[in-house]
Write a protein of this length. Structure first.
Length: 278
């Protein structure tokens, strides 16, 4: 829904988009492009959380001589920026393949497609591997990282609005005297952080989605500035809020689950390490 609303034409509001996708593509339309992100989300998330945590520990060691010292706001901001920069290297190809698959609106079958077809609405890619191989053949490595600047401008402030609100809100709702936040506090704080983060980065997410969708059938944009100018001239400022509702609604449960899984996994591994090496 997010991709169709941001980069597609004629989908209108969220409800109309849901009905249009279901009417034209049935339930399968809501799961287009899912396999590649699903296969890579574990690696992507572990890298982002690992970079953020280790950068915080490094800064605490550098400033206070103790990697376990409570990080300052400046430390969390810098760690978030580093995590955002690193995430682009992994995330851009995955997002590109997902969006390209989502923006070809018909399922692939040998009976209804030619591989060199560029007619809007006709399928171009057989699946994620074929999509990635086709982009590499036609556009090279630069094509695989199409939209990376927009993604960088999305993820750097996005992760600052992700990790910092999480830490602050988690600390705020944790009862006084508690050594660590309980699972419910982690879940709520993670959900709030996800919603806040997506609200912050949705405008640039629109630009990124349009740049990456560009090229399925034709090339409309010359670059990030051209994409922003064309989008504004054609649809006004409201275009940069496309998909905001879907992003924030999705951001809460997904981020809540992500932070809860992360924190519980850390606790379990620390407990296991303590039992193994008392």
């Amino acid at each position: 829904l997010q991709t169709r609303l941001q980069a597609g034409q004629g989908y209108g509001n969220t409800l109309k988009c849901v009905l249009t996708v279901y009417r034209n593509e049935s339930l399968a339309g809501f799961f287009k492009g899912m396999s590649f992100p699903l296969a890579s989300i574990g690696i992507y998330s572990s890298v982002v959380f690992g970079v953020f945590s280790n950068t915080q520990r490094f800064l605490s060691q550098l400033r206070h001589g103790d990697p376990a010292a409570a990080p300052s706001l400046a430390d969390m901001t810098l760690a978030s920026i580093v995590a955002g920069v690193i995430s682009v290297g992994i995330g851009t190809p995955v997002e590109l393949v997902k969006i390209r698959l989502q923006m070809q609106t018909q399922p692939y079958t040998k009976a209804n497609v030619k591989l060199n077809s560029t007619v809007p609405g006709s399928p171009v890619y057989r699946g994620p591997i074929h999509c990635l191989r086709t982009i590499l053949q036609k556009e090279g490595i630069a094509g695989v990282y199409r939209g990376n600047v927009a993604m960088l401008l999305r993820d750097v402030p996005g992760y600052c609005a992700y990790f910092i609100p999480y830490a602050m809100f988690c600390d705020w709702i944790t009862p006084e005297g508690s050594i660590a936040p309980n699972p419910f506090s982690i879940w709520v704080a993670g959900g709030v952080a996800g919603a806040v983060s997506w609200a912050v980065c949705t405008p640039m997410d629109v630009v990124k989605s349009r740049l990456q969708a560009d090229g399925v059938y034709l090339n409309q944009y010359k670059g990030i500035l051209d994409c922003m100018l064309q989008s504004y001239q054609n649809e006004g400022l409201k275009v940069f809020c496309r998909g905001l509702l879907v992003n924030t609604l999705r951001g809460f449960p997904s981020s809540a689950a992500m932070f809860l899984g992360y924190e519980l996994s850390l606790k379990a591994m620390k407990r296991c390490q303590t039992e193994t090496n008392p």
